[in-house]
Ligand binder design. Structure first.
Ligand code: SF4
Length: 186
């Protein structure tokens, strides 16, 4: 799995560079944001990102792992018994910070600033997160993260990983669900 994880690290590095460029362009920061996006119920769709997250999780001490597992169970319970748009803190967030920041999935890296994405035969545009939209009303949104290439690269990598693992199922998980599946595999 190492070579796949290294390739994903390379894609993440390119995403982080594009994201940081956008932050500089708009002079935008996530610091002191009261609308923490870690309470958003994001779904993740790739096994390779789960394996990457697992790399970070394995390195944590046992107490930390147990605390995350307990929170992940609580979060899954709340998600399962609430409306789809329920907002509950990700089990990996502790005192406002992501414990596995270096290993966080793509959407956690790329969310917040304007983007363009070609899918379903058309170009989609995203305006950015709530804070971005409300703070940057007077700026032209000329700097857009081009998500298409990143999505494509991860999809190609995922295809190889699935062939290698003989997995053909559907993957749609919150971070809490990923954590519980990582624990099952340990
Ligand atoms: S994985 Fe990290 S960055 Fe992503 S939602 Fe969870 S705490 Fe936030």
């Amino acid at each position: 799995m190492d070579k796949y994880l290294q390739r994903l690290a390379g894609i993440y590095k390119a995403i982080d560079a594009a994201y940081n460029e956008a932050l500089r362009y708009y002079n935008f920061t996530c610091n002191d944001c009261t609308d923490n996006c870690c309470v958003t119920k994001f779904h993740h769709h790739t096994l390779i990102e789960e394996y990457y997250l697992a790399e970070g999780f394995r390195k944590l001490d046992e107490d930390k792992k147990r605390a995350i597992i307990d929170r992940a169970k609580d979060v899954v319970g709340i998600h399962n018994s609430s409306a789809e748009d329920v907002r509950v803190m990700c089990p990996l967030n502790e005192t406002g910070l992501c414990i596995l920041y270096e290993y966080r999935p793509m959407i956690c890296r790329i969310h917040g600033v304007p983007y363009e994405l070609f899918r379903n035969m058309r170009l989609e545009y995203g305006e950015g997160c709530y804070r971005f939209i409300t703070e940057k009303t007077d700026m032209e949104k000329t700097c857009k993260i081009k998500r298409t290439g990143f999505y494509f690269d991860i999809a190609m990598l995922e295809k190889e990983v699935r062939e290698k693992l003989g997995f053909s199922g559907r993957c749609k998980k919150t971070t809490a669900e990923m954590i519980l599946d990582i624990v099952r595999r340990l």
